[in-house]
Design a protein around this ligand. Structure first.
Ligand SMILES: *Cc1c(COP(=O)(O)O)cnc(C)c1O
Length: 352
């Protein structure tokens, strides 16, 4: 609290991101970053951008990136919005599309940034509980709402919804915006981008932070009808004309264009995930079925916060959430095979 802050700032509850430790000798499995570096073509593109032209502003519309994404998804550039990480795209979406007279619907267990945006923009919301087995049940999202948002796969559970269930929601819910946050879709699951031409109220948000190994570059995008995208552009152009710098635009273009590298690294991660799940089960963890680059697991006997603390002592960081319903779980990002093996070895020692 400060008397110099506005009343609004005094009442905020900001998001707390996972730890970014200053020391480098840690096995970092806490923020769902990609264990592999970005495509070598991205690094080349970034080097080529380090020239005198940095004195000039970047393209405020990032046309080159929008065109690359439009080609990739076989859409038009006016169906694409780009921002400084998908967190920024989400922020503009909450203000521009989801702030309505009726409450916004999202799951009780989900990405913990959603309530933060609701607080920032004074958006009323109504949590929709996950089922006992931590699945999103979209049939409960059919009553009157000011909008709907959920991640698919969900965070931090990793569980995915089939596209058919999302399409059924879109058929029922035609009067408000439905946002699918696909931060993890490339690790399993079918993207709803294939539906945007049929449903003018569908917005799909993706990021280059996870499957494209570019958390440090800050690029996210949204795909939807020109009407929704235009709404987001109006917010963006009332906030920051240049959210993507020259590096971000060039690096993102190179990342989208390197399909082979993308497929190879996604496969390495899902392969490691499948091995890790089996090993965790052998160590008496209950692991939710994951379609993401992390697993959400509960030990049948041991306390989750204690396990996380003991792993930390051995320089392995995982994420533990104190929230009710999930306080017995730890979320483990999928690392390289070597990192996953180090985790399993450490757990064996702790559980012995
Ligand atoms: C990581 C994540 C984001 C944010 O990604 P950035 O593009 O790095 O801002 C958004 N939504 C979910 C569900 C995420 O897990």
């Amino acid at each position: 609290m400060s008397r110099f802050w506005s009343a609004k700032v005094n009442e905020l509850t900001p998001y707390v991101p996972g730890e970014q430790p200053k020391v480098s000798n840690l096995i970092k499995l806490n923020t769902n970053e990609n264990p592999y570096g970005p495509s070598p073509k991205v690094l080349e593109a970034l080097k080529a951008e380090a020239t005198d032209t940095l004195r000039l502003y970047p393209d405020p519309n990032a046309e080159q990136l929008k065109q690359t994404l439009a080609n990739y998804y076989n859409l038009a550039t006016n169906q694409i919005f780009v921002g400084n990480g998908s967190d920024e795209v989400l922020a503009h979406t909450f203000l521009g599309l989801l702030k309505q007279d009726k409450p916004l619907f999202y799951p009780d267990i989900t990405y913990s940034f959603y309530p933060v945006y609701c607080g920032l923009y004074d958006i009323e919301y109504a949590n929709q509980p996950l089922t006992e087995s931590f699945e999103i049940d979209l049939t409960t999202y059919s009553t009157e709402n000011g909008g709907v948002i959920f991640p698919n796969p969900n965070a931090p559970t990793g569980r995915v919804l089939p596209l058919t269930e999302i399409e059924q929601l879109l058929k029922r819910n035609t009067n408000t915006v439905v946002v699918v946050d696909e931060a993890y879709i490339d690790f399993g699951g079918e993207s709803a981008i294939s539906l945007v031409n049929n449903y003018p109220n569908l917005l799909v948000i993706q990021t280059l932070s996870k499957s494209r190994s570019l958390a440090g570059l800050r690029v996210g995008f949204a795909v939807g009808s020109p009407e929704l995208i235009d709404g987001l552009e109006r917010v963006k152009n009332s906030f920051n004309s240049y959210p993507l710098d020259r590096f971000a635009i060039s690096g993102a273009v190179a990342a989208i264009e390197d399909q082979a590298y993308f497929e190879q690294t996604c496969k390495a991660i899902t392969d490691s995930r499948n091995i890790l799940v089996e090993e965790l089960q052998q160590l008496k963890f209950e692991v939710l079925p994951s379609s993401a680059n992390f697993v959400f697991a509960k030990h049948t006997e041991r306390d989750a916060s204690e396990l996380a603390a003991k792993l930390r002592e051995q320089s392995i960081i995982v994420r533990h959430f104190k929230q009710q319903r999930i306080q017995n779980y730890i979320r483990i990002s999928i690392g390289t095979n070597e990192e996953c093996q180090a985790l399993v070895r450490a757990l064996k020692g702790i559980l012995a």
